[in-house]
Design a protein around this ligand. Structure first.
Ligand SMILES: Cc1ncc(COP(=O)(O)O)c(C=O)c1O
Length: 406
């Protein structure tokens, strides 16, 4: 279009200092040289503390940050001409690209500000009927638990909660737990794909399939799964999935996605007032008003960079970093690991017997410059440890020494 501004695209991303050859190596999980080079060249990470709290949000790779800065400048400089004449088509193209990344149809996703928004739209929009019950457990994310509890408070559903074992021996034990808790009235199961508390990865596909056989829906919270562990969204078999792009995809903060299987859109109630969009059009769920243009505009860049990193390599590397500390600290009598090493990826949690978790996290930070976070879990809580793709084995070894010294 003449007279309209050029925009940063995935193509620009590759002009901004990326050498594809940097990513061609096998990138084995324990290849420190490879990962160090990626970290140094492509991430600007603060060096004055060790960040093992990457579960909150991920640091953007430098080329993505550059694309973001460019997008902010453009949206600001061009003003409403951009918003009215360029952004509508651009956001449609971005949605298409995101859908392709997720291997679903563009008509099955909406871009939200975060996973909480995406999942609230699914939870509060689900067509519950009187008497319906929902199944949750203590490892689910508190905001989704609260969304269901709110519906319960309003008299719309009954919530049944159970305690998931912290150290299930295998996936079948997890499936069995859900299966045992299903009642004749269970209508929806909340599945937290990767727990934010102890990193447990639940076998969504198996549980969704079992649920479907009984006419039960699953609403899946994949906030921590997208970009951390490989999975195929359509193959999960869950008709409602909420995710974000600012934890493990490397996008600027403020982007999430809701997936709703095409044939289920029609029955969903809208959370944000909308009466004119056709019932079977997913856009009816996205009546948001003005959204942060630059964050959405950067999605193609973050997806491109994440593809270069390669999800298989990423998840193996994160799993390896986690395994280093679990394998060593599990041998200490004073340490209790509350994460099954084989059923988790980057995130894992522990506690020290007879010590308050908040105090332990405090000592790690104040005395050793290592950031972790204390999380509520039963009576004792736990300390969550989350390396990022830019963390090194040396960071993990420093963490191990610090815990030993406590
Ligand atoms: C399991 C899980 N679900 C949902 C969320 C919420 O994500 P967001 O901050 O994108 O709303 C988080 C955030 O930590 C999470 O860990």
């Amino acid at each position: 279009m003449t007279g309209l501004p050029a925009v940063a695209s995935a193509r620009d991303l590759f002009d901004s200092g990326i050498d594809i050859n940097d990513f061609k190596n096998e990138g084995a999980a324990d290849d420190e040289k490879y990962w160090k080079q990626i970290a140094h060249k492509y991430y600007n990470v603060s060096k004055d503390y060790i960040n093992l709290e990457n579960g909150y949000y991920g640091i953007q790779p430098k080329p993505v940050l550059q694309a973001f800065q460019k997008n902010i400048l453009l949206a600001n400089r061009e003003g409403t001409r951009f918003a009215r004449k360029v952004y509508p088509d651009m956001s449609t193209a971005i949605k298409k690209e995101l859908a392709a990344f997720l291997t679903v149809a563009p008509e099955e996703i909406i871009i939200t500000r975060n996973a909480t928004e995406a999942l609230n739209i699914a939870i509060q929009g689900y067509p519950f009927k009187e008497g319906d019950e929902v199944l949750i457990n203590q490892l689910d994310y508190f905001s989704m638990i609260e969304a269901f509890r709110l519906l319960e408070k309003r008299g719309k559903i009954k919530v049944n909660a159970f305690d998931m074992p912290l150290l299930p021996a295998n996936e079948d034990e997890i499936v069995e737990m859900y299966s045992k808790m299903i009642t004749d009235r269970t209508k929806v199961i909340l599945l937290t794909h990767v727990s934010n508390i102890n990193g447990l990865i639940v076998p969504v596909k198996k549980i969704a399939s079992l649920a479907k056989e009984k006419g039960i829906d699953t609403i899946t919270d994949s906030a921590h799964a997208l970009g951390q562990v490989p999975f195929s969204l359509p193959a999960l078999g869950s008709d409602f999935v909420g995710m974000n792009l600012h934890k493990w995809i490397g996008n600027p903060i403020g982007a999430g996605v809701l997936y709703v299987k095409k044939e289920r859109v029609k029955e969903m109630n809208v959370l944000f007032g909308d009466i004119y969009t056709p019932e079977d059009n997913i856009s009816k769920l996205a009546h948001f008003g003005t959204t942060p243009f630059a964050v959405t505009m950067t999605i193609p860049a973050s997806l491109s960079f994440h593809k270069l990193l390669d999800i298989e390599k990423v998840s193996k590397r994160l799993h390896y970093l986690k395994s280093i500390w679990i394998n060593e600290l599990k041998e200490l009598d004073k340490v209790e690991i509350v994460t099954p090493a084989d059923l988790s990826c980057a995130i894992a949690s522990f506690r020290i017997r007879d010590k308050k978790t908040a105090d332990v996290a405090d000592v790690l930070f104040k005395q050793h410059n290592i950031l972790t976070v204390s999380r509520a879990l039963g009576n004792d809580g736990c300390i969550r440890v989350t390396p990022g793709i830019y963390s090194s084995a040396e960071d993990i070894r420093k963490f191990i020494s610090a815990v030993k010294a406590i």
